[in-house]
Design a protein around this ligand. Structure first.
Ligand code: IMP
Length: 427
């Protein structure tokens, strides 16, 4: 059985949660490998509707082992809250494991995320203010505290004392706010450690064992390719790598281990937070999509910016991830539109370009070049066979396949598991 990576192909919120929930039926292990509780995966299944921020979407299947990998930054309070909420609603979490190498989000990370955003003024990144950026910055600066450190109170105290002294200088001298208390954070994190201890493991061994047993492993992406720290619209990006390559590093798996890479594309584009988005619609069509699809952030509730499908960005995403196939989600949202547009190139300073520029100032000058297609204007949420979709919807999907050079495996026409068209087998 292969390892399949499920990757956000746009700016996040593509509907990866539903796709993972669907594929996890046949899986043995599901691993989250990047980001933190900035992610919000909505899953609708027989247990009800859930919004997961840290726990992999495979948790609803009794045979699935769920791993929060080393590449994730973990707010323990959020994780414990999520475990409690799942347990209260009858979902077993005894098959959840957390890498001892994953880094912890600390109270100063959350505080600094907000202070840094405020100090940026009009140039704010629009972060989720969950402490993600400061936690990954500390990881890189070798100032992080890892989940495994929770298991040894002396190590935790020594590490926290050293780091907090430094953080308190920044908080008081640069931002002029009160210092944080060592005792309070230490006792709080000791409690988290006691609570999380049963879940903490050397998780790469678990992964290796699953591969040896030839079991299906899913790497569950968070955020989207265009928010990647290297390849996204820097600096308007997140702080980790949502790419398939990030899956190897964040789960503890060699690149040869991944056999399928499924890019999840929404049938249109959305973005939450600041930064360029060439196909953004600041008109009634954008508002119509937002309201019809309830495009508001799962984590922050912010309205998402909506726009037409950007095939230039999609091609870039396919290239840097090496997608072997695609899932097109929320196709039903477009049911009501008489005409659909797809961005097939950009006009940049009078010239036509067909690549996604690496620099935001350049990208901001890019004007989308659109191709128009007819809409289908009938409901499609009840359809389960590709051939039964209206011809216009088939044409739209076929054009996306052609423009992205990526075969479509799955089409989602509603939030529920069953509202899915399996166009072509993944395996
Ligand atoms: P951060 O990840 O909280 O630092 O936010 C950086 C940027 O990534 C902001 O524009 C956020 O809105 C965006 N972002 C982070 N996580 C998600 C997500 O799960 N979906 C969509 N956008 C996200």
């Amino acid at each position: 059985m292969p390892v399949i990576a499920v990757i956000g192909a746009q700016w996040g919120d593509e509907g990866k949660g539903k796709v993972v929930d669907l594929l996890a039926e046949k899986a043995r292990v599901v691993v989250r490998f990047s980001g933190g509780d900035n992610a919000g995966h909505t899953v609708v299944n027989p247990y009800g509707e859930f919004r997961l921020h840290l726990i992999p979407c495979g948790i609803f299947y009794p045979q699935v082992v769920c791993i929060i990998g080393n590449g994730v930054v973990i707010n323990p309070e959020v994780l414990i809250g999520e475990v409690d909420q799942l347990n209260q609603r009858g979902v077993d979490t005894t098959r959840l494991f957390i890498s001892d190498r994953a880094h912890l989000i600390m109270p100063y990370h959350i505080l600094l995320d907000g202070l840094e955003e405020e100090s940026r003024g009009g140039k704010a990144l629009g972060t989720t203010r969950k402490g993600i950026g400061p936690a990954f910055a500390d990881k890189t600066a070798r100032l992080g505290i890892r989940v495994g450190d929770l298991l040894d109170k002396e190590v935790l105290l020594e590490r926290l004392r050293f780091i907090l002294e430094y953080k308190n200088v920044i908080l008081t001298k640069i931002y002029g706010v009160s210092p944080l208390s060592l005792d309070e954070i230490y006792s709080q994190y000791c409690q988290y450690g006691e609570r999380l201890a049963p879940y903490i493991r050397e998780t790469t061994i678990m992964l290796e064992e699953a591969l040896h047993r030839n079991e299906l492993v899913i790497l569950e992406g968070a955020q989207g390719t265009l928010l990647d720290l290297d390849f996204g619209t820097y600096p308007y990006t997140t702080s980790s790598s949502p790419l398939a390559g990030g899956g190897c590093l964040g789960a503890g798996l060699g690149p040869t281990g991944i056999s399928r890479i499924l890019g999840v594309f929404k049938a249109y584009c959305t973005r939450v937070g600041s930064g360029p988005m060439p196909t953004e619609l600041k008109d009634e069509t954008g508002d119509l999509i937002r309201e019809r699809a309830h495009e508001y952030g799962t984590t922050t509730g912010r309205p998402r910016r909506c726009g037409w499908f950007d095939a230039v960005a999609a091609r870039f995403s396919t290239r840097i991830n090496g997608f072997t196939g695609a899932a097109i989600t929320r196709l039903d949202v477009l049911d009501i539109l008489p005409r659909l547009k797809i961005c097939v190139g950009y006009k940049l300073d009078g010239k036509t370009i067909d690549y996604f520029p690496g620099n935001v100032a350049t990208l901001e000058r890019c004007q989308p070049i659109y191709e128009e297609l007819p809409g289908w204007q009938v409901p499609i949420s009840h359809i389960r066979q590709y051939g039964e979709l209206p011809i216009e919807a088939q044409q739209y999907v076929a054009r996306l396949e052609e423009l992205t050079s990526c075969p479509v495996n799955i089409i989602s026409v509603g939030a529920e598991r069953g509202q899915t068209i399996h166009k072509m087998p993944i395996f």
